[in-house]
Design a protein around this ligand. Structure first.
Ligand code: BGC
Length: 492
């Protein structure tokens, strides 16, 4: 066997190969699957703050808003309408249902060439394609595209709101076809991942593909590990039942906890309702759409920070730093709004004061954008072994969509009832999730997906769920004569 794996400083082994143009291009094209998700996230908030749209579909909300303006009454409640929130949140219910179908389809024929089911297939595709030491960077391309989609939507809303005649919202909604077309066309050119080819029995093609994506002929070892992982996964007839087995407990917990916590950061309050929120703070129509553009820009730039740091600093450091920053900002924003609006929601907020609030909201968005945003998709996609990968990813997507739906649905009534305390509510969750990461999430940077079991095996808590015989012994994993894994090889 030529060459072979070396243990790198970050932990785990490092297969030979480099970042080829081929893999970079494939990953960029696949990541465009995030554009459509982002566009949909960003477009609804702006549309629901446009008066012509409200008059046409939600005349009751429009009247309520006008009345609140005239009478200087409770600002917290002027957008509270179940119907209005259903407009925003229905999309996520649809996505939830779709992700269940996607799990079956991606397992059989499309593993790695996601077309319509972007969130199911793109993160997994990226993590399978990437060399382990660059997996974080390439995977976060997906989140970067989400943020670009959101920013485009914010900019488009800003422009279409100015269209005379009040039909701008139609343009905003119709333009969702553009990102859909991009990924539909792009996916026609996407190559299959080596994992997917092996799994479907195309072993020669798989080896050729692996050589091409790694840019070297020295792929025997990685190929061997992929085949071993595929063989093992073939023994599993029921991935859905399988993921409930004790040895997959860590993966199951994270498949649920990561997307749950990601949504409980409260980020989508900003993403969906930024213009509505800024209007509540007393900004004019135009200024609130502009503020949404500003948070959108911060989101894009801060995400790129994680692209360059995630494989060096690791996942844990970003989670912990981002969590602390979000928590601090939530406390400040809640306190600033509380100090002016109090519980009555009646106040005239000076421009400078409102600008100050927006500043802290931006710092909060930045904290999210280099932690829970990208890692919320990266970490699940790199911890599932092949035999439970599609089921695990499907759980992650469904929980994400369900929680997105619930938050979108609950935010306006919650703002009306909890008032400025709503920011403390989300802050408390951020505290919980940051502690959860500190205690329970092992570092996964640089560890090949097929070797991830070693990370659980050497974790202070999760090790109790993994028996020695559960550890797949791939080409590079050494066993001592007493059967103990040489966990010291991993820096975890
Ligand atoms: C989340 C979305 C969120 C977006 C913001 C994504 O990772 O899943 O819910 O709106 O980040 O950038």
């Amino acid at each position: 066997m030529a060459g072979g794996a070396v243990v790198n400083t970050g932990g785990g082994k490092d297969y030979p190969g480099k970042l080829t143009m081929f893999v970079l291009f494939a990953c960029i094209v696949a990541a465009t699957g995030g554009l459509i998700f982002g566009y949909d996230i960003g477009i609804s908030g702006g549309v629901t703050s446009m008066n012509p749209f409200l008059i046409k579909f939600f005349p009751g909300v429009y009247r309520q808003e006008q009345e609140a303006e005239r009478n200087q009454s409770n600002q917290y409640c002027k957008f509270d309408s179940q119907l209005l929130t259903i407009f925003t949140s229905s999309l996520y219910l649809a996505a939830l249902v779709a992700s269940f179908f996607a799990a079956t389809v991606t397992r059989r024929v499309l593993l790695g060439i996601g077309v319509g089911f972007a969130n199911q297939s793109v993160p997994v595709y990226l993590s399978e394609m990437a060399p382990a030491r660059l997996r974080g960077m390439l995977n976060i391309g997906f989140q970067q595209m989400i943020t670009l989609g959101i920013l485009c939507a914010n900019l488009i809303n800003y422009g279409t709101a100015k269209i005379k005649g009040g039909w701008g919202w139609r343009v905003s909604l119709a333009l969702a076809a553009v990102p859909a077309a991009i990924i539909a066309v792009g996916s026609l050119f996407l190559p299959d991942t080596p994992n997917s080819l092996i799994d479907r029995g195309y072993t020669d093609e798989a080896k050729r593909m692996l050589r091409r994506v790694r840019g070297t002929d020295d792929v025997e070892e990685e190929y061997g590990d992929l085949v071993a992982a595929s063989d093992e996964s073939k023994l599993v007839a029921h991935p859905w039942r399988n993921i409930l087995q004790r040895r997959y407990r860590p993966q199951l917990v994270f498949a649920v906890a990561i997307p749950f916590f990601q949504q409980l950061t409260g980020i989508n309050v900003i993403m969906f309702y930024a213009p509505v929120l800024f209007k509540t703070l007393g900004f004019a129509d135009d200024a609130s759409l502009m503020s949404a553009v500003i948070t959108g820009l911060v989101n894009v730039f801060a995400t790129s920070v994680s692209i360059v740091t995630v494989d060096r600093l690791g996942r844990r450091k970003l989670f912990l730093q981002g969590g602390a920053q979000m928590l601090a900002c939530q406390i400040v924003v809640g306190a600033l709004i509380g100090a002016k609006f109090g519980f009555t929601g009646v106040a005239d907020i000076p421009k400078s004061y409102a600008t100050f609030v927006v500043l802290f909201i931006c710092a909060y968005v930045a904290g999210f954008a280099w932690s829970w945003g990208p890692l919320g998709w990266l970490v699940p996609s790199e911890i599932f072994p092949l035999e439970i990968r599609s089921a695990g990813q499907s759980i992650t997507v469904s929980v994400n969509m369900l929680c997105t739906f619930i938050i979108a649905q609950a935010f306006l009534p919650m703002l009306c009832r909890l008032k400025f305390m709503l920011f403390f509510f989300f802050g408390a969750w951020v505290l919980v999730m940051t502690l959860f990461v500190a205690f329970f999430l092992p570092e996964t940077k640089n560890v090949p997906i097929e070797e991830m079991v070693l990370v659980w095996r050497s974790h202070w808590y999760w090790s109790r769920f993994i028996r020695d015989e559960d550890v797949h012994v791939g080409a590079g994993v050494e066993m001592h004569s007493n059967g103990k894994i040489q966990a010291a090889k991993l820096n975890v």
